[in-house]
Design a binder for this molecule. Sequence first.
Ligand code: SF4
Length: 383
Amino acid sequence: MSDKVFRIGPIRPPSEANSLLIQVTNGCTWNKCRFCQLYRHTKFKAYSADSIRADIDNIAYWADRVRKYQRKGSPGTSWDIDGINAELAAFADDDERQCMYTVANWLLAGGENVFLQDGNSTALSSGRLTDVLVYLRQVFPQIKRITSYGRAENLSRSTAADYAELKAAGLDRIHSGFESGSDAVLTRINKGVTQEQQIRAGQSVKAGGIELSIYFMPGVGGKDLSASNAEGTAEVINAVDPDFVRVRTAAIKPGTELYQDWQEGKFELCSDDDKVREIRRVIELADESLSTYLVSDHMINLLQNVEGYIADKRMLQVIDRYLDLPEEDRRVFQLLRRTLRAYDLDDMKRLGSIERARLRNDVMKEDELGWSVRMNGYICRYV
Ligand code: SF4
C-alpha cells in the first residue's frame, strides 16, 4: 500500500457531509446497544498520536496536489475540475485515488470543517486528542470547525475544565447519541448510560465551551415505553440545553438484538404516529428558556421539516397538521415518504384524485401485516 494513503472510517453525521473525515479511533468502545450493529465486527482501537499525525501529513500532501488546480482570481476562487478529474482517472492505485478524491471534495466545499471518527473519539486520552487537534490546526490553519462523536457515559467522566482544554486546543462540537433520556428505555436498549450521567456529561461539555449535538430516537423504547421515552428525553434537554437535538427515528434493523426481541414478541414496535407523538411531546415539554435547535436531518424521519428552536412551539403546528389528517391520508403520506415520493405534506397535493383514491384504498387493506415494512433494510410500522 502506498505510504501516502490515510484512513477513512465509515460513519459521520449528515451535518458533516462536507467535512474532512479523520479516523482517530476505529469502532466503538461500547458496542453493546441493542439497536446497533455498526461496529459489531470491529474491535475498538485508538490510534497513536504519531499514526494520526502521519495521516494528517498525508492529507496535507494530497491537499497540495489538489491545490495545483486552484485558480485565484476575481471574484473568489475557482477550480479546474476537469484537471482534477483527469488526475483522478489516471490513478492505478484505488486507495490513492480515494484519498485524493476525499481531499478534493473537502477543499472544493471550502475546506473548513473536520470530523474526527469513529464511534467514540473522545475515548482517546485527552492529552492525545489535544495533540491531534493542535497539530491539525497547525497544518490546516483555515479550519473553522472540528467535531467528533463521544459516548455520553465516557463524556460524563470528564470535567468542564477538561472540555475547556479541548476547546482551547480546537474541538468545537461533540455529537453524542443520547437516543433517550429515560432510564427505562436506556436499560432496555442497553445504552450503558443513565439519565444522570447524560445530564452530567452534557452540562460539563457545555460549561467547557464546546457545542453539544445530541441525538434523540423516537420509538426506540417500544410502544409501552413511548411516553417515558419522550418525557425522559425532555428532562435531559431541559437540564442540559444542548445546542442541537437531532431526531433519528428508530427503525429496527435485522441482525440487532432489538430485532430479535421484536421477532420473539418481547418488543412492540411503535408506529410512525407514536414516534411523531413522541417528538411532539418532547417539544411540548421543552422549557421556553432553551436555546436548543431541533433538527430532523435524516430521511428516516417521517416529518423531516420539523425543525427550529425547540422553545418556539410553532413546530407543533407542523406536527398537528399531520396528526389531524384522516387515518387513510396519514398512511398514504407514510407510504409516499417510505418510498421517497414525498418530502412534506404539500407533496400530497401533487397526487391526482384517482391516484389518491387508489392509494387510500390500498393502504387501508394492509392491516394483516400490522403495516410492518422493510425500508432500506429497516423494519418500520405504519400508523
Ligand atoms: S455507542 Fe453508538 S456506535 Fe456504540 S454500540 Fe451504541 S449506538 Fe452503536
